[in-house]
Design a protein around this ligand. Structure first.
Ligand SMILES: *Cc1c(COP(=O)(O)O)cnc(C)c1O
Length: 333
């Protein structure tokens, strides 16, 4: 690929010890904390993530949410109107949306009845133009994780990039696949600060892959895709691991409690196991129960129109008070 990453004038002078006078970027000279362009390489955030996750900073790409990171993958590795990708419904909607936007065929292979990837069908449906396979584990909206053997089989046998979306890994009882990154050159792992870290509003998605892959993505990313305030806030929250750790522990405890209490509601037919910060339930009539909750001021997600999710609602774990209100309300319907 004959492309070079945009180089900001500032990059070349960063290692100078002297305090420099910057008259090179037509910025405002009046300091207010954000009058300078942000670091296009996000070096401080990457250094911290690299240290915490035992990877090299050059194995990390940061994006304006996972959405941007995923979009960059399509743009870098798929040829429009020729290539295809494989996604496994019911799953995160953005993979299909981005495939469409990028004029890439989306081959949908349903999960099995127990919400695991159908390995044989996936490999059968891959051809010479299949570039990426999207695995979401823990999966949204089914809340379960994919078995380790299945993931290994797919990484070994799929002839393209395996993009493993770990948006919910911090709530999982399973380990992240990050420690395996160096073993599999075709493995791409995405994570986000939007869920466990409580930073959905700053938009920061993280991609981990081989330096070869991140180098390609870095060439095509917009230079200032992460603003300065987002980088600062990310550093602040990532540094204080105790707060995030405590919140994850609380969410998990609330989840255990809810998983039991939801079973006591008479119109809930099934409470699926959850390895994430949300619970999928099957009810008698999803539209009816969704609207009843709405009338009581509680918004959940109706997933009834998704494959394998007939009459299913997806409920995020809230604060203890919110969860209490949810259970009490459900019991009065
Ligand atoms: C919420 C979620 C994300 C996060 O997306 P951001 O753009 O980083 O906020 C990614 N993948 C899945 C499966 C999700 O549910």
């Amino acid at each position: 690929m004959k492309m070079e990453a945009y180089s900001s004038a500032r990059d070349e002078f960063k290692d100078f010890d002297r305090k420099m006078v910057f008259l090179d970027a037509n910025e405002s000279p009046f300091e207010n904390g954000v009058n300078r362009y942000p670091d296009p390489k996000q070096q401080a955030v990457k250094a911290l993530l690299a240290k915490q996750n035992s990877v090299n900073p050059n194995q990390i790409l940061l994006g304006n949410g996972s959405d941007e990171v995923l979009d960059l993958l399509f743009r870098a590795f798929c040829e429009p109107n020729r290539d295809n990708v494989i996604t496994l419904p019911p799953t995160y909607g953005m993979y299909g949306v981005l495939a469409n936007l990028n004029a890439v065929e989306n081959r949908e292979i349903l999960l099995t009845a127990d919400f695991q990837p159908n390995t044989e069908l996936i490999l059968e449906n891959a051809d010479a133009n299949t570039r990426m396979l999207f695995l979401c584990s823990p999966n949204n909206p089914t809340a379960n994780s994919f078995s380790k053997e299945t993931v290994v089989t797919l990484i070994h046998n799929f002839n393209g990039l395996v993009v493993l979306d770990e948006a919910y890994i911090d709530f999982s009882e399973n380990e992240s696949w990050l420690s395996e990154l160096n073993a599999y050159p075709n493995l791409v792992i995405t994570q986000t600060l939007s869920k466990a870290y409580g930073l959905a509003g700053i938009r920061m998605g993280i991609l981990y892959a081989s330096p070869k892959i991140t180098a390609v993505l870095n060439k095509i990313k917009p230079p200032y895709n992460l603003n300065h305030l987002s980088q600062q806030k990310a550093l602040e929250v990532l540094t204080d691991r105790e707060i995030t750790g405590n919140r994850i522990t609380l969410i998990k405890a609330e989840k255990s409690r809810l998983l039991k209490q939801l079973l006591e509601v008479n119109f809930i037919d099934k409470v699926y196991p959850s390895d994430a910060n949300f619970i999928l339930i099957k009810v008698d009539n999803a539209d009816k129960r969704y609207n009843q909750l709405l009338e009581k001021g509680i918004v959940v997600r109706n997933r009834s129109n998704q494959a394998l999710c007939n009459n299913c609602l997806r409920i995020s774990i809230g604060t203890p008070e919110e969860n209490e209100l949810l259970i009490n309300t459900l019991k009065t319907l």
